[in-house]
Design a protein around this ligand. Sequence first.
Ligand SMILES: Cc1cc2nc3c(=O)[nH]c(=O)nc-3n(C[C@H](O)[C@H](O)[C@H](O)COP(=O)(O)OP(=O)(O)OC[C@H]3O[C@@H](n4cnc5c(N)ncnc54)[C@H](O)[C@@H]3O)c2cc1C
Length: 474
Amino acid sequence: VEELSGQSRAMSAPEREEIASIVGDAHLLISPGDLAPYARDAVEGLESFPSAVARPRTTVEVSRLLAFCNQRGIPVTPQAGRTGLSGGAVPLFGGLGLSLERMDTILEVDTRNLVAVVEAGVLTQRLHEAVGEHGLRYPPDPSSRGSCTIGGNVAENAGGPHSARYGVTGRWVLGLEAVLASGEVIVTGGKTRKDVAGYDLTALLVGSEGTLAVVTKAWLRLVHEPASVAVIVAPFPTLEQAADAVVALHSQGLVPAACEFVDRASLEVSARRKGISVPFPEAEARLIVEFDGGDDAEVERDVTRAGEIALEGGALDVLLATDPPRRRALWELRSGIGEAVRDLGPSAELDLAVPRTALAQLVRGVRRIAEEAGLRAVSFGHAADGNVHVHLYREGSAAPDLFQRTTTALYAHAVSLGGTVTGEHGVGVTSRAHLHLQRSPAYLAVLRAIKEALDPRGILNPGKLLPESPAPLR
Ligand SMILES: Cc1cc2nc3c(=O)[nH]c(=O)nc-3n(C[C@H](O)[C@H](O)[C@H](O)COP(=O)(O)OP(=O)(O)OC[C@H]3O[C@@H](n4cnc5c(N)ncnc54)[C@H](O)[C@@H]3O)c2cc1C
């Protein structure tokens, strides 16, 4: 951000008036107090104010806003729940924050086609509850679901614990309505399940982090709620044993609905915050594994086998829960870790992912690299997907460049294991400078060509995803 300071685009009074004429005075925010929440997302220490925030209610309003900003060269940062962990919703260049929060209608739950049609600003949890009333499920479940939106999930291709079996957001998106930088509106799909007419623009927009278009509506696949669910928690003496058990479960044909990994340090901080005590506090790592299925017998067979595999792999015990209150109690160990680890001190967060078989190597390497730098690291995450969230911290203050050097080494470590610099949080600002570790120059050139084709003036979310600082607006 420092590197970009001084480039913030202010908006003139006539420009603000034009925007107010589109969204209405009440939905154009300009006072510093009103703008403050729109200057940040969930990345610690990253703040940059927009010159104004517009809160449109309709696709037509979004279209008129973008057409105007494109004509004037005003940077536009799409914003939704602002829970992002890669800085994507932070308006690095000032200009307009375009908040989708008022576009929050669930337009339809089609129980026969098993499709929900929603506006982009619908909170993910609200959709879960709405389809749940019909005995249906929208599986993507980021831990932030109470405050993040479908549009933000689409833009980041968000995952969650149940990605283990159900995959990430993109797998559930049948079509999108989106507004291009020019203000033109495109629809990329709909209720039809198979559709190969042309390039897959739905897939292109999923994960595009607000840099190619503003998503206004989504058609989402649903499934029936499973009839039976059970959860086991297995504490392991060592991290390696837990990681090996994850591989063993999958290679023996089991498909957990969720398979989460929590290391000792992250569990301790979460338990302390919640005031709960956990059994086997000496365990270096534990797995929380959920199975679901069409009937109790099927699920019982799977949890029994999973429990055996865990014990054969050295688990100290296996705790089982089938009824909802007890299941919730076991999940309690995992939920809230993301927030709790922030109590630990000045920090940096990474979202690394590697092939499942490299999980132990990844976490071991993270500890070694952190220790060598005089920092500490806690790790937790979606073990089935090899996706580990690393919280790097130091008790007391630390020079920011120490974090920078260490995070670069950690990204390089993940890539050397065949992994990625971001599993689910997106490139945004935080991983932008490290994308070249993973992607070839030719790959990056394709990204730039796509950006140039869809947003030739570079108004959409400048400073995000692409590795280089953006050229000044053209
Ligand atoms: C406690 C906590 C737990 C989390 N757990 C998870 C998790 O389990 N899995 C996971 O994947 N992530 C997780 N996250 C990260 C975050 O919640 C997700 O990335 C989420 O998808 C962001 O949604 P949002 O609505 O808050 O979007 P924002 O943060 O507002 O925006 C995110 C990005 O999307 C763009 N954007 C937003 N809306 C639109 C739109 N309509 N059209 C185009 N672009 C748009 C923005 O410009 C920005 O680049 C967590 C975050 C926190 C704080």
